[in-house]
Design a binder for this molecule. Sequence first.
Ligand SMILES: Nc1ncnc2c1ncn2[C@@H]1O[C@H](COP(=O)(O)OP(=O)(O)OP(=O)(O)O)[C@@H](O)[C@H]1O
Length: 580
Amino acid sequence: MIRKLFQVAGPESRGPMTAQFVALIVYSVLQGAAFVLVVPLLGSLLGDDPGDAWPWAAALTVVALATAVAHYLQQMIGFQVALAVSHRLYHRLGDHVSTLPLGWFSGEQVGRLGQLASRGVPQVRGLLAHLLQPLLSAVLTPLTVIVAMVFYDWRLAVATAAGVPVMYLAYRWAVGATARADEAVDAAAAAANERVVEYVRAQPVLRTTGGGARGRALLERSLTEQDAAARAQTARTAPGRTAFSAVVLLAVASVIVTGAALGLRGGADIAELVATLVLVVRFAEPVSGMAELGAGLRAASGALDRIDAVLSTAPLPEPTTPGPGPADSSVTLRDVRFGYDDGVPVLDGVTLELPARTTTAVVGPSGSGKTSLIRLLARFWDTGTGAVLLGGVDVRDLTGEQLRTQVSLVFQDVYLFDATIRENIAVGRPDADDARIAEAARLAGVDEIVARLPQGWDTPVGEGGTALSGGERQRVSLARALLKDAPVLLLDEATSSLDPANEAAVQHTLDALTGRRTLVVVAHRLQTVVRADRIVFLDGGRITESGTHEELLALGGRYADFWRERGSAQGWQLARQVTR
Ligand SMILES: Nc1ncnc2c1ncn2[C@@H]1O[C@H](COP(=O)(O)OP(=O)(O)OP(=O)(O)O)[C@@H](O)[C@H]1O
């Protein structure tokens, strides 16, 4: 865990963390030394001449003071290092995720990243600030004591050391049992949380369908399961903790018995023996404390693993120096094969030449790879084999900045910031003047939304844009893309916002851009499809038909089938073709 801590904290934190470890080691050894000095002190006090105790008392005072100073220093260093390292970790995570492929940012990853920021990094901070000291003291202080005991009575030292492996095994067992019980409690808590959120979110459905009682029963059941897991946790962890405490007590008792036997047989100095036994009892203190550290250490170790997993994710390779950049706004795919992590091919040998300033509609059944195709154009991922070229240059030879300048993308699931409409449009170009923002908004039909809202341009859109409808959000996103003014615009039309006002706005935008930009549109609107220079029909990751609307109708293939079946519909979805 300590190796991983150094690895995750990065080279800049290595120096301060080493200083913290040195301070911790010095403190733990001094603490052990202070315990050890009690032996000669007591030995002298109980011996023939108590006056011999003075030098030992002085030595103990000096070491005790040094221990107190070391304790203060290690605490101060620990807090400072913990703060600096957690601050650094936020930066490392932020810097690293900004180099990751856009495709990495799935909902699941974003959720995990949020958890890392809100809980994982603070857990690592807690490890540095609060857990390392008791952990190192639990190991180093007893070790110092055992080494020192060899000089007083090697037999007692051996008896004490013999208990260490047994205590270690008992500790592992106790911590293992706690870990398993905690996992069950965490899983039950997560399930109960999900149910609570689901119950709240599903209120409209539950009330309108009369399913309230059933929804509540599901919630009650998960809460009961959570209670049961918490009760089982106590039952499971109690034996381990009790066994560990018992083993520590037994180890101490066996040393006391050994000491007593040695004393009775006259093999040891009684005064030193009594003092050594006091030492053994103190030895048990930091060791017993270890049982309390298990849960915190496990949580911190899990957080380190998750942070390491993010930091180890390979970034998108980029050229270090910018090359010549795209010659024009043409788009080319050359025998592109691509699949996600599960290895199932999503695009299977796609070749396309889209000349500059043309409009291409990509259509096909759900799951045929349309969204994946346009996301590859924006380099969300790199192709498995084949190449994607913008203006004749492989996207892998473009710097991030060159790619961002060349391409704008309007997603289906538009994300708006919790800011005003104006700020949301200007997000990619904060320096844009009002006239340019107004022009982009007019082209995307946002001016009409603004006119309806009491606060106009300064209307806050709420978290994620919830104050606007899906279609309105997509229009704001379109205006944002227009303001950016990239030569290639990729648009994934939202099926969820096929209302006439939105359709007219999107069409207006596309008409205004036709012949001025290279447009690639995952199309769900008939208008977009019919007016495109070229329609590409994707099925099972392959281009099965390609041409103009008239050419594809004349071909009499799947596109023509669709046209005949749904030609009069406002919006459409193609069903996956079932082949037997
Ligand atoms: N991030 C992802 N990870 C794993 N698989 C994915 C991911 N995104 C899409 N897929 C899978 O890839 C295949 C193609 O998906 P894609 O979204 O490109 O299709 P589509 O034609 O745009 O579908 P739709 O019209 O329903 O949006 C589907 O089987 C989908 O489940």
